[in-house]
Design a protein around this ligand. Structure first.
Ligand code: 13P
Length: 257
């Protein structure tokens, strides 16, 4: 079993004052109840990054920080974009790439996802590559082929840094809907993604699940779904629910026994 990774994607929530508050709350709880067998990453909006990394640094919190998006370009005339080197200068170590909301709402194509993976790896950012099918594709039984295609396209022509990659399986129909994928569905997809990653030599990559994860379903998803961790949306906005999910992952990690 791989050491679990629990990632909180705050999406477009929490201004910098609220972000400071939540990060401080997480720090207080983690100090009194350390989670030694799980890696934790916070993924706030861009404008919160500096505040969040400062608190993590000053409080020596065992937490890393990611961005929700990064430009595929290194610099130049790209109004509104943020580059990988700018994120690295802010002590940001991780980045989400190809989240379904960016694919659906901001026309992020497979080609742009692939170029963004390369940009992240060029600068030593650890990309969390998000994949997952729509309900329509799932109901037509096309989910395995769909996710393979997304992976193959995003991982094509990489030239170094592959060991930094994490994959997050987030079925679009389970995001923000309260409708979690069943553990059988998740386990099937975990095995499938693992197979694809093995053929590309990415044998050490962790595969997360995301989509309505909460403290109640986290344990089943870990044990029966065989996930290597979680990409949490809504439940990451409260210290209590986010840390309860991390707690479950921590407890389920065989390696500590
Ligand atoms: P929810 O946990 O709110 O369903 O969001 C999942 C997600 O999209 C995380 O990236």
């Amino acid at each position: 079993m791989m050491r679990p990774l629990v990632v909180g994607n705050w999406k477009m929530n929490l201004d910098f004052v609220e972000a400071i508050h939540l990060t401080q709350q997480l720090g207080v709880v983690l100090r009194s109840r350390p989670l030694e067998h799980v890696d934790i990453v916070l993924v706030p909006p861009f404008v919160d990054l500096r505040s969040v990394t400062s608190i993590i640094d000053s409080e020596r919190m065992p937490v890393e920080v990611g961005a929700q998006h990064v430009s595929m370009h290194d610099s130049g005339a790209h109004t509104g974009e943020v580059s990988a080197s700018m994120l690295r200068r802010l002590a940001v170590d991780w980045v989400l790439v190809g989240h379904s909301e960016r694919r659906a709402m901001y026309a992020m194509s497979d080609a742009v996802v692939a170029a963004t993976m390369k940009a992240a790896l060029r600068h030593g950012l650890k990309p969390i590559l998000c994949v997952g099918e729509s309900l329509e594709v799932r109901e037509a039984d096309g989910h395995l082929a769909f996710v393979s295609d997304q992976l193959q396209s995003a991982l094509a022509d990489l030239s170094g840094g592959e060991d930094l990659i994490t994959v997050a399986y987030e079925p679009v129909w389970a995001i923000g809907t309260g409708r979690t994928a069943g553990t059988d569905q998740v386990r099937e997809m975990m095995q499938h993604i693992r197979g694809v990653l093995n053929t590309r030599g990415l044998t050490n990559a962790r595969i997360l699940y995301g989509g309505s994860v909460n403290p109640e379903n986290a344990r089943d998803l870990m044990v029966d779904g065989k996930v290597n961790g979680f990409l949490v949306g809504g439940a990451s906005l409260k210290a209590e629910s986010f840390l309860a999910i991390a707690d479950n992952a921590n407890d389920c990690y065989d390696g500590k026994r």
